[in-house]
Design a protein around this ligand. Structure first.
Ligand code: ZN
Ligand code: ZN
Length: 651
């Protein structure tokens, strides 16, 4: 079995191309190649990457300079979260998938991959960069890859001339879904006297749409089909205005757009990348309606159509009418020329997805297969209503506070490993007190105003975790009540919260608020820690008798630390990772014997029967030390060099 990893980063056309490619590879290779698509970065990084891409284009490929700039801004104005986070996303995707070949659509991903490879002469996997947009090619210079696949011919030649480190540059066309690929062998004969059929993909306001149809229908030889998608109101409006016109038809949501395009002689649309590519692959000319919100980023599609000479641009209903009119003059000479060129382009694009898939399969089959250790994974417990053994981790952090993984990554990380339940407990402080204000300046904790967004995201992931992994996700918070000394500091976990709790409340009030929501109160790292990273938080331990009634469980294990006294005092206990980054998976966990159900899990912890703890190490632990034959500690291995400059993380 060989693994192909396709990395997308935010853009719609990446997802489109990735899915098309995956389907073609699976058709072609059968079962011996496994394809996985992963999104790297999150919504936050999307906009940021767009900026980087802009910079890359302008900087004439001075990648080193750019990287320096990235590092500088990543440390400064952009905060710690962007470039390191993105790079870490890429590194994590690589680690989790251990692919033989990686396909990516974004030069920034290529740079992140290179950082990960470092100075090694062999990357350990093949890299194929797919440049979907000609305008982007500048950014691809110096992006290391075994193959760069350029969608357009001209830019491919240019890139080949300039690119110094790439193995191969190929022009291969844009990977359009096969149903759009033009299969007509020859030009269909013009039917004498039959009307000229225009397909209008409406993507504008009512008035403009009506004006456009009016203008088109002025020519008696034109038939118009307007497609409005799910805009029911617009559909009704158009019907009202043109209902009696025989040469007009309005359609709603279209399942077979490819078929509809083929039934027409010309398409009018806005310059969305995917739509334009699909129309061209169908061998139809196109009139692009310029302007609108995304005008800037759609410019390359306009340029493409002009360069190929297979259509025209127009920016108003009047101009659309005139363009079509002009193309039909003199027996339709202009239009025939557009069509001839569109067909030429279609012929070039035909099978692009297949060719790219072939290139991937050929390369991945010839790649040396990475040595793999057998994987030891938990099987998530089935949901039967019977008692069963559950692996649980109720103390985890994400980028909402000082964790390194996004919420989604964290859920995938635990879900893939078969955990049965987890809690996300990001730090929150009260900005009302001095220490709270100081801590808030670091940006590594949440304050009250971050909470609504945090809870919204948790609710979404809670559903996804259950649907995808049958894993229970408990929304939670870690209340950091830090005083100037250890004895005046406490960290309290609230687990399974329905809504935010004001971090400015008194400790006992917080406990009451957590319980009022049906949640658990857990004293986090309540005793002296022997590991290096943390400050002790002893407030609750010092006032044990007073607080016992408020606390459902005490952490007897926190990451690498064990707190013997919790056991000696016979306090109700659990253990958790205090997870901040992947290597923290190797840590103390809780095993419960109860039903796989949120209420049953909480009841089991409250009662503190059928509870035990376990030191968890997954199959990746120490792999490097096996590979290198030397004694290297697990920490060194699990923290890739590229990620090392990040500081220590708190609890
Ligand atoms: Zn803590
Ligand atoms: Zn913590």
């Amino acid at each position: 079995m060989r693994d192909v990893l396709i990395l997308t980063s935010g853009q719609e056309e990446h997802h489109y191309a990735a899915r098309t490619l995956r389907d073609r590879i699976e058709d072609l290779a059968g079962t011996d190649v496994r394809v996985e698509i992963r999104e790297v970065g999150d919504e936050g990084t999307g906009g940021w990457i767009a900026r980087i891409r802009g910079m890359m284009g302008k900087k004439k490929g001075e990648t080193e300079k750019l990287l320096k700039w990235v590092r500088r801004t990543a440390d400064g104005t952009l905060g710690r979260s962007r470039w390191p986070q993105f790079r870490r996303s890429v590194a994590l995707a690589l680690d989790e998938g251990s692919p033989e070949l990686v396909v990516f659509f974004d030069p920034a991903v290529g740079l992140a991959l290179q950082e990960r490879v470092g100075d090694r002469s062999e990357a350990g996997f093949q890299r194929i960069g797919v440049a979907l947009e000609a305008e982007d090619l500048r950014a691809w210079e110096k992006v290391p890859a075994d193959l760069i696949w350029a969608a357009d011919e001209g830019p491919a030649a240019e890139l080949k001339r300039r690119h110094s480190t790439v193995g191969e540059v190929r022009f291969g066309g844009w990977p359009v879904r096969p149903e759009f690929v033009c299969r007509e062998k020859s030009e269909p004969r013009a039917r004498q006297g039959s009307p000229f059929r225009v397909l209008y993909l409406v993507n504008s306001r009512r008035r403009k749409a009506i004006r456009t149809v009016e203008k088109l229908l002025e020519n008696r030889g034109i038939r118009v089909t307007a497609v409005v998608g799910r805009e029911e109101e617009l559909k009704a409006d158009l019907k009202k205005v043109f209902g009696k016109e025989e040469r007009f038809e309005v359609r709603g949501w279209i399942k077979d757009l490819a078929g509809l395009i083929r039934e027409h002689d010309l398409v009018i649309t806005k310059p969305g990348i995917i739509t334009v590519r699909e129309i061209l692959a169908s061998g139809r000319p196109v009139v692009l309606v310029e302007g609108g919100k995304k005008a800037e980023e759609r410019k390359d599609m306009c340029r493409l159509v002009v360069r190929l000479g297979c259509g025209a641009l127009a920016d108003s209903p009047g101009e659309i009418g005139r363009r079509v009119e002009a193309a039909l003059e003199g027996g339709g000479v202009g239009c025939r020329e557009w069509r001839r060129r569109a067909r030429k382009e279609a012929w070039r694009a035909a099978g692009a997805a297949d060719r790219l898939a072939e290139a991937v399969v050929r390369r991945v089959r010839s790649a040396t297969v990475a040595e793999r250790l057998p994987e030891l994974r938990l099987l998530p417990a089935p949901v039967t209503g019977k008692k069963q053994l559950l692996m649980v981790d109720l103390h985890c952090h994400t980028v909402y506070s000082d964790g390194r993984m996004s919420l989604r990554e964290l859920v995938d990380f635990y879900g893939r490993r078969g955990f049965d339940a987890m809690a996300v407990t990001d730090h929150v402080v009260d900005k009302g007190c001095l220490i709270g204000r100081l801590v808030d300046l670091t940006g590594l904790v949440m304050t009250a105003e971050d909470l609504p967004e945090y809870f919204r995201a948790l609710q979404e992931e809670r559903n996804r975790a259950w649907i995808k992994y049958r894993m229970i996700l408990f929304p939670g918070m870690e209340f950091n009540l830090d005083g100037l000394t250890a004895k005046r500091s406490a960290h309290l976990l609230g687990v399974d919260l329905k809504e935010p709790i004001d971090p400015g409340l008194k400790l006992k009030e917080i406990c009451q608020a957590v319980r009022a929501q049906g949640g658990l109160t857990i004293a986090a790292h309540p005793h002296h820690m022997t590991s290096m990273w943390g400050r002790d938080t002893l407030f609750l331990w010092e006032r044990q008798e007073e607080y016992k009634p408020y606390i459902d469980a005490w952490e007897i294990g926190n990451r690498d630390d064990l707190f013997n006294p919790v056991g000696l005092r016979r306090l109700p206990f659990i253990a958790g990772s205090d997870f901040h980054k992947p290597k923290h998976l190797t840590s103390w966990k809780t095993l419960l014997f109860c039903e796989k159900d949120p209420e049953a899990i909480k009841a089991c912890i409250r009662e503190n029967k059928d509870v035990s703890i376990t030191l968890y190490r997954d199959h990746r632990f120490g792999r490097a030390s096996l590979a290198s034959g030397g004694e290297r500690n697990a920490e060194e291995f699990q923290e890739p060099k590229a990620l090392l400059e990040e500081g220590k993380s708190g609890g």
